[in-house]
Design a protein around this ligand. Structure first.
Ligand code: GLY
Length: 350
């Protein structure tokens, strides 16, 4: 088991290991005085882990209530968010109570935003059950819901009190969803860590779960400490996301987040190599690794369609978008790109 401290505006620990769900109540009680715990989960995760989470919390003295919404990105809306807030209000959740996000990225983002805004902020705990949530979205305090105009456009920076990642829960993930998380794992290797990248090249899908998740969390922790509110270094975590979000939206979310990010990373690597920014060998390694993980590096979406969606990217600032472009494995540059140059960049990478 590994424990990684995150000393952000609010300090907390990320626990990573096998079988941790049974200790949820004990670990929660160590950071929050037991009162009511509202468990928010989705229709995929609740039947698998709801009972165990409830049992553990109740054993530690929490009184639990639960709210379960349909699984999938289509639930990350203002409507479901308001349902969660109403649920918390109807169950008389107070500032001394807490909310538990039991699930993947959608559950974590939406629950975190509800926790950030209900009663102007109540304590919450992230219990990620997907690889994507474990290595990225559950750590660092970004919470959000989607708006019709784009992904994650309404949200807050709000750090959890604890992140508890039970690696055993990843075993029940459909392979497709697991691969989704692999795209984010590969992202961390490209951004910061040639050794992590080499481990993934060597082991592909059989990578060491605890080492890789803990390493990604450490890397993310370091970025969050440097730039918690996403005004500089943290933007690098957007590698592959500007065009990825466009592909996701264009496909009506039939292309999942991780797969879209993988294509986005391939696009910026190819365009970067053509423009002399990305080392061509690094580009080849990136494309090969994505392929080894069964992640597509091409898309049927057209450049104008992706471009249109990329314009509503959160990383847009005035007339330019901050593109994250790999220079070599372990380092990416932040390149402010005028919106009028974005489409030709995109075309160079498709
Ligand atoms: N998922 C990107 C970030 O936390 O900044």
């Amino acid at each position: 088991m590994k424990i990684i401290p995150v000393n952000a505006s609010r300090s907390y620990c990320v626990h990573i290991g096998d079988g941790l769900l049974t200790a949820l109540g004990k670990e929660a009680a160590a950071v929050i005085k037991p009162g009511k715990a509202a468990i928010i989960s989705d229709s995929n995760v609740w039947p698998l882990y709801g009972k165990e989470a409830t049992k553990s919390l109740e054993k530690a003295g929490f009184e639990t209530v639960n709210f379960v919404f349909p699984a999938g990105e289509a639930s990350k809306t203002s409507a479901v968010y308001l349902e969660v807030l109403n649920f918390l209000a109807e169950n008389h959740i107070t500032r001394s109570d807490c909310v538990i996000a039991l699930g993947g990225g959608v559950v974590g983002d939406l629950t975190g935003f509800a926790a950030a805004t209900f009663l102007r902020g109540i304590a919450y705990i992230q219990v990620p059950t997907t690889l994507l949530a474990a290595v990225d979205s559950s750590v660092g305090g970004k919470t959000a819901i989607d708006l019709p105009a784009g992904k994650n456009l309404a949200g807050a920076f709000y750090q959890p009190k604890l992140v508890l990642c039970d690696i055993t829960t990843l075993a029940s993930l459909p392979e497709d969803i697991f691969r989704d998380g692999c795209a984010e794992v590969i992202k961390y290797g490209i951004l910061y860590d040639p050794q992590l990248f080499a481990h993934l090249e060597k082991h592909t899908l059989a990578f060491d779960r605890e080492y890789v998740i803990a390493r990604c969390v450490e890397l993310k922790r370091d970025v969050v400490l440097e730039d918690e509110f996403d005004t500089g270094a943290r933007m690098r975590l957007n590698l592959g996301h500007t065009f990825g979000h466009g592909i996701e939206a264009q496909s009506n979310f039939t292309v999942s987040h991780g797969k879209a990010v993988a294509i986005g990373m391939a696009i910026v690597s190819r365009a970067g190599a053509r423009l002399g920014v990305c080392d061509p060998q690094a580009k080849d390694h990136i494309l090969r690794l994505l392929d080894c993980f069964g992640l597509s590096v091409t898309t049927d979406c057209s450049a104008p369609d992706i471009y249109r969606c990329a314009l509503s990217d959160k990383k847009r600032s005035g007339g330019s978008v901050n593109l994250i472009i790999p220079e070599r494995i372990g380092f990416c540059r932040i390149q402010p790109t005028p919106v009028e140059e974005l489409q030709s960049f995109l075309e160079a990478g498709l």
